[in-house]
Design a protein around this ligand. Structure first.
Ligand code: BGC
Length: 373
């Protein structure tokens, strides 16, 4: 036990030291650079790095549309990488990669028993999670090659993916476009659109694992989180919604006022892995959550157009994955803030609609804004 703790600490320290090797004053020119990142299914994988005028950087690969790095300044202007990931493509391809940084589709989170009925027809998806379908099936949008285009303006990367009728059991040819933009105010904005030629469930999201200390702290238990939600979707033992929307008030699920992740986590079996029902005024971009790490001073604000937020505290990380800069990812090494429609939407008539029909356009915008305080 002692040895493991020591190993984790050493790994976390070496990660932090490696990050610190990139001082803020190493000014990299704003724009988008490219670097080869390996080969997958005979296709070249490229890593695109978007840099803004403040020196903030976001790197994305066209395999899974994965955000591999987000490098932001701390309160002392030292740059650090605030997302979990791997140094090379083989890391991302390994079994047990828990969707680090990836685009998730065609349906984010779970569909009960991988089954739904649409226009009188029953569809069966591959089961990959306790008899249910998680994150789009065995080969979701996180495991395919997206076509990448650098957009004019030098701050946006567009990714497109054409998912075929019947792919992973879903009906309809689905054309998805995701645009990653690094803005002048240090925000990573993700805009999703999709169209289909047959009615189909669609729920796209991104699965970044954030640790705002950039590895200085081995877990996120001291990060302070606020989620603007009075209710959450209750789940059964295999994390399928029961349909009930309990109030968070007076429970460990209450994040309406910022609190440390670790404050009540022990009372939540397995840790936080739930969808919060966001308090929304309308359908525009609204601030729905914040995360603060006092040690580094980094502050993250999440804005979205979506009705739900999956707050997941890396419960299944178990020190078996060795990430970037020799960091061993222990339980709760990072947290995810997956903006989305509710899990199992296609089987839950009272949840917001997740069926996209021909002629309609699926639209979702989420913004992760980084600053310090
Ligand atoms: C899910 C977790 C799952 C994780 C995969 C989250 O979105 O809610 O249950 O383990 O993704 O890494």
């Amino acid at each position: 036990m002692k040895k493991q703790t020591l190993l984790l600490m050493t790994a976390a320290i070496s990660f932090f030291t490696a990050c610190e090797n990139k001082p803020a004053d190493t000014v990299t020119k704003p724009g988008i650079t490219e670097k080869p990142f390996g080969v997958f299914e005979n296709e070249n994988i490229t890593q695109y790095t978007i840099t803004n005028a403040n020196g903030m950087q976001v790197s994305i690969i066209n395999y899974g549309g994965i955000v591999t790095d987000i490098i932001t300044p701390d309160k002392d202007k030292k740059m650090g990488d605030v997302v979990l990931g791997f140094d090379s493509l083989s890391g991302y391809l390994q079994k047990g990669n828990p969707y680090f940084g990836a685009l998730i589709g065609r349906y984010g989170n779970r569909i009960a028993k991988g089954k739904f009925v649409l226009d009188g027809k029953t569809y069966q998806l591959p089961l990959n999670n306790n008899g249910n379908t998680l994150h789009g099936g065995v080969k979701g949008f996180d495991k395919v090659v997206w076509q990448a285009t650098k957009l004019p303006g030098d701050s946006s990367l567009q990714l497109t993916y054409a998912s075929k009728d019947g792919e992973q059991g879903f009906p309809g040819n689905l054309q998805s476009t995701v645009v990653y933009t690094l803005t002048a105010d240090n925000s990573l904005q993700i805009s999703y659109t999709a169209t289909t030629d047959k009615a189909t469930p669609v729920n796209l999201t991104n699965h970044c694992y954030f640790n705002l200390s950039a590895g200085k702290e081995g877990t996120i238990l001291d990060h302070e989180v606020m989620i603007n939600a009075d209710k959450y979707t209750a789940v059964d033992t295999v994390l399928i919604p029961t349909g009930q929307l309990p109030d968070v008030k007076g429970t460990p699920m209450d994040f309406t006022t910022a609190k440390k992740v670790g404050k009540d986590i022990a009372s939540v079996k397995g840790g936080y892995d739930h969808n919060w029902v966001l308090n929304r005024k309308g359908n525009d971009l609204e601030e729905v959550a914040t995360v603060y790490d006092a040690g580094s001073g980094r502050f993250l604000e999440v804005f979205t157009t979506e009705p739900g937020l999956q707050f997941y505290t890396g419960n299944f990380l178990d020190s078996t994955l060795h990430g970037k800069n020799n960091w061993v990812y222990a339980q709760h090494a990072a947290l995810c803030l997956e903006t989305q429609h509710f899990p199992d939407g296609p089987n839950q008539p009272t949840f917001p609609n997740t069926i996209l029909k021909p002629g309609e356009t699926y639209k979702h915008v989420t913004k992760y804004k980084f600053s310090v305080k």
